[in-house]
Design a protein around this ligand. Structure first.
Ligand code: NAP
Length: 483
């Protein structure tokens, strides 16, 4: 029997954890406060985990005999999971963060699925409502697990191309209907009407197998440009699955944490889908059965290399510069040098602004975080819709390690994987300098035609080295020092 004191402590800890999750999430909405938001939410998670141990007071009967070994297993699992997360979190490169998010997301879905499996195999779900909620949590958790693993493999380059077959929509629908039918049979069997053709345990195994297959089939055909949105959808799925399993276990901390994550994931998905000019159903279903090949047309013009120093001097004598940062800047870790260059230009009277595309880099908000990390003043950073009209009246656009986010093929070529995505109109500036190492394409592998335009020059090299060259050249001009 739970004694009054542990019950009170559990309730208070759950409430405090829920408030910390929400406060942490709120702080994560700005790159400036995001690091502390992560710490606050982490504290909430620690509190929820500690409170979970108090639930063991309530264990009675035969289960009490297993208490010491169960506590031991839980502590080992926490140590292993926490250790792996600590180790991998410290060594992961900023540019590999999306893969890691997809992987951890999948683990969350898998954990929710595992709780559901315990309930189902242990025959613990009481009544039809609880059983349906458990099965729903199991389905969503399993889809999130297998879907996130496929997204991870795609983002990590283990699976290079989306996999599409004709009739895929039909196959996916058939597998989903079969999963739901097995679930319905399980509910029916729980009312005492066991199907003669399969034991309940085998039905549960089949249910999980089919649910995992749904996640795989749903994710394999999705195009590279839409993968971030899909990861975000699975994030929402994981939250929902955890919340449902919290309901089954009557654990308020799980319920609240799950629903907070689910709601935040859903909002992020909407924001990202809108940024890509997609609907969520477009992301999930339109690529099914669509051809995966995109034909590149012949390029007009040529790529014209220029030296970093020349580009730096041109910017120093310009009236206005808009900088478009992209994935390559994060790879090169050139954000510090970039700020140095910006300060030099500003001290010479040049107006400098940053234009940030919502899906620049490899994870939502990556550029904002990168620039905030370097100490770029927030009032210099503009989002796509706020700055796109300014490129045409700007002397120079400096595109640094960005490619897809300035590619007008997104507006003009229907067969392009990025078709429909709004882009930054960097090509409309008076002159354009593009910093990249060579002729590598962007994330989606589409050639960028404006790089061949007359007013565009390529500054080849690693972004950090190129920025150093620009800084040196501007300094050598010996113009006014920083005010
Ligand atoms: P991008 O299209 O991937 O282009 C990055 C460019 O940076 C490449 O053309 C590459 O060319 C250059 N580069 C790489 N390393 C460099 C270095 N060390 N120094 C200088 N340049 C370097 O990047 P983006 O314009 O930022 O677009 C983001 C893309 O990723 C979009 O298609 C988006 O949908 C996708 N995506 C976004 C997210 C997200 O949530 N933000 C997640 C997953 C995918 P070189 O090889 O020639 O140097």
């Amino acid at each position: 029997m739970l004694t009054f004191v542990p019950q009170l402590v559990i309730g208070a800890a759950d409430l405090a954890a829920a408030l910390l999750f929400m406060y942490g999430l709120w702080r994560m909405s700005s790159p400036v406060t995001a690091p502390s938001g992560i710490r606050v939410a982490g504290l909430g998670m620690l509190l929820a985990v500690l409170a979970s141990f108090l639930y063991l007071y309530g264990v009675s009967g035969a289960a009490r005999a297993h208490l010491p070994s169960n506590i031991g297993l839980a502590v080992i699992a926490l140590a292993v999971g926490g250790g792996v997360a600590w180790w991998s979190g410290r060594r992961v490169a900023m540019t590999s963060m999306p893969q890691m998010i997809a992987l951890y997301n999948g683990m969350g879905g898998g954990a929710a699925g595992a709780i559901a499996a315990m309930e189902l195999f242990g025959d613990k779900a009481q009544g039809a409502t609880q059983l349906v909620v458990t099965l729903l949590g199991a389905l969503i958790g399993a889809v999130s697990l297998s879907g996130s693993l496929i997204a991870w493999a795609r983002l990590d380059g283990l699976i290079k191309q989306p996999l599409r077959v004709s009739g895929q929509k039909l196959i996916n629908a058939a597998v989903l209907v079969a999963t739901l039918a097995v679930g319905a049979t399980l509910v029916h069997a729980a009312q005492g009407a066991a199907p003669p053709w399969m034991s309940a345990a085998h039905l549960i195994e089949l249910y999980f197998g089919l649910a995992l297959l749904v996640g795989v089939l749903m994710t394999l055909p999705i195009g590279g440009a839409d993968l971030p949105v899909v990861v975000s959808i699975y994030n929402a799925f994981t939250g929902l699955a955890v919340g449902l399993e919290g309901f089954v276990l009557q654990n308020p901390a799980l319920m609240i944490a799950g629903l907070v994550v689910g709601a935040a994931g859903l909002l992020l998905t909407r924001v990202m889908a809108r940024a890509m000019n997609r609907t969520i159903s477009h992301v999930l279903f339109t690529s099914l059965g669509a051809p995966s090949g995109h034909q590149e047309g012949a390029m007009r013009g040529s790529l014209k290399p220029t030296a970093p120093g020349d580009a730096g001097i041109a910017m120093r004598y310009a009236g206005s510069v808009i900088i478009v940062p992209g994935y390559g800047l994060a790879v090169a870790q050139g954000q510090g040098k970039l700020l140095e260059l910006v300060k030099l230009l500003q001290s010479g009277g040049v107006s400098v602004k940053f234009a940030v595309h919502p899906v620049a880099g490899r994870m939502p908000g990556q550029m904002n975080v990168l620039l905030a990390e370097a100490g770029v003043p927030y009032d210099l950073i503009f989002q796509l819709e706020d700055i796109n009209g300014e490129f045409a009246g700007t002397d120079i656009a400096l595109v640094i390690g960005a490619n897809d986010v300035v590619n007008p093929a997104a507006c003009t070529e229907k067969s392009s994987p990025i078709f429909g995505m709004p882009i930054l109109n960097a090509g409309q500036a008076g002159r354009v300098f593009v910093v990249k190492r060579g002729e590598g394409k962007g994330y989606t592998g589409v050639v960028n035609a404006p790089f061949y335009a007359d007013h565009c020059h390529m500054v080849y090299g690693d972004a950090q080295a190129v920025l150093s060259g620009m800084i040196e050249a501007v300094r050598e001009l010996g113009l006014p020092a920083a005010a």
